[in-house]
Design a protein around this ligand. Structure first.
Ligand code: ZN
Length: 454
């Protein structure tokens, strides 16, 4: 058994953190969560807990990054010349994609996932569509890229939901994949399902899920095949939705309806489905998502970076869509920043303050994300849950003097000092215990961008 004594821990259904909480775990699962002193000053009971690992600062459950494309990390800081827009950014992204193979992707993803671990992320949802070799030729193992990502997460010490993504067409009109996109495609949804069926990672740190890249990339008549596969296997299903107005316009032109309506009509929506972005939904779309309890994953720093816009996040939550957060393109890897952006972006949109409570921001970053990724046993400090503990210092230049409940409005990823995943220490003293993150990021990114910069 391992015991930790958190100076403050954020317990389920509490508006703010609780002082002096003893957290115990055996074999990676929480066995007891005990507040020792209530809201008063520490009592003598604290002094006798000699064997407990002290966690000074605020300890929260593991953060879940519900939307990631690991290789996009190589684009950070490279896409801002010439006033690039979403589509010019996408061209640069494709250029990186053409250089990756299972070995270089393992190295890059390992460094990226270790960066996530440093930021307190204990589980990542990898929305993975770079499946095949150059020109679309499958590798000898057609799931070699998926296997590289799963291995990368293991090296970094975090869990992964591998959201295997169907990417079959080059536009809403069903145009064939061209150029770099050919590496993404399996031909049709049945062949996509056959490939995924052959992938059976068994480790404790991985679960599978499915994804529909978007209505741009999966023809309408094949949506139900992907959704049915996820449903039959009881796995989460994710889909990019209305990130750009151009997607809505193209869908209306071809199908006469919004992307959300198209997904609804083909059985894609529901409580096991997560719509990623949902930046430009109509009022009717918000109702369709909420009534079906479809989850919504917002990625504020990427939506900011790509000039996507700000979605009606509060309205979607009120309509019935549970929220989660993703760092998506990894322009920033910092779930504290993503979480407070829920509130800040809503303020900019409405010119009013006070849309989300701190506990709601915590929920989106923790239990909401884990649920979206199929880990109902993670994200809360409760007996039986996975022992993920993320500790944020409250004595840095950013957080000193901040009340613990205000941490989501003050802390950054750099304030994470300790990360425990499934009971195992991964980050201690702000350092990853097995990966030299800056060095590995530098080398892995150099390997896939060298030609780009020369
Ligand atoms: Zn994405």
């Amino acid at each position: 058994m391992t015991r930790w004594l958190a100076e403050y821990a954020w317990l389920p259904d509490r508006a703010e953190p609780t002082r002096d909480v003893l957290i115990e775990a055996t074999d990676g699962r929480l066995t007891a969560v005990t507040p020792l002193t209530g809201d008063g000053p520490p009592t003598a009971g604290v002094e006798v807990l000699g064997d407990a690992v002290r966690l000074p600062g605020l300890t929260v459950p593991g953060l879940a990054n519900a939307h990631s494309h690991a290789f996009h990390r190589a684009l950070r800081g490279r896409t801002h010349d010439g006033r690039g827009d979403f589509w010019s950014w996408r061209s640069l992204m494709y250029a990186i994609a053409t250089r990756l193979d299972p070995d270089t992707y393992l190295a890059l993803a390992r460094a990226v996932y270790a960066e996530m671990a440093l930021a307190g992320i204990t589980c990542v949802g990898e929305f993975h569509y770079l499946h095949h070799g150059p020109g679309g030729t499958p590798y000898d193992d057609p799931n070699a890229m998926s296997a590289a990502l799963v291995e990368a997460a293991a090296h970094a010490g975090i869990r992964i939901t591998l959201l295997d993504t169907a990417y079959l067409a080059g536009g809403v009109d069903g145009a064939p994949l061209t150029g770099p996109q050919r590496r993404f495609g399996d031909g049709d949804a049945l062949r996509w399902a056959a490939r995924v069926d052959a992938f059976g990672p068994a480790d404790d740190h991985v679960r599978l899920g499915a994804a529909i890249h978007s209505v741009r990339a999966v023809p309408a008549e094949q949506l139900a095949t992907v959704a049915g596969w996820a449903d039959r296997n009881g796995l989460p299903l994710h889909v990019h939705l209305s990130e750009q107005p151009a997607e809505n316009d193209a869908c209306r032109a071809v199908h006469g309806c919004t992307p959300t309506r198209l997904l609804a009509d083909h059985g894609v929506l529901g409580p096991h489905t997560t719509a990623v972005h949902a930046t430009h939904p109509t009022a009717a779309d918000v109702a369709l998502l909420g009534d079906s309890r479809t989850r919504v994953c917002v990625c504020p720093t990427t939506e900011r970076d790509l000039a996507d816009g700000v979605g009606p996040v509060r309205r979607m939550a009120d309509a019935g869509s549970p929220l989660s957060l993703g760092s998506d393109s990894h322009a920033v890897v910092d779930l504290f920043e993503e979480a407070r952006a829920l509130e800040m972006d809503e303020r900019l949109r409405t010119r009013r303050r006070g849309h989300f409570t701190p506990a709601e921001l915590l929920g989106a970053a923790t239990v909401g994300g884990h649920a979206a990724l199929g880990w109902g046993d993670a994200g809360r400090f409760a007996v039986g849950q996975r022992a993920d503990l993320v500790t944020v210092r409250l004595d840095s230049a950013r957080t000193a003097g901040v009340p613990p409940a205000g941490a989501f409005f003050a802390a950054t990823a750099a304030d994470v000092t300790s990360v425990i995943v499934d009971g195992r220490p991964v980050v201690d003293g702000g350092r990853h215990l097995t990966v030299d993150v800056p060095t590995e990021l530098r080398d892995a990114i150099a390997a896939v961008t060298a030609k780009e910069d020369s």
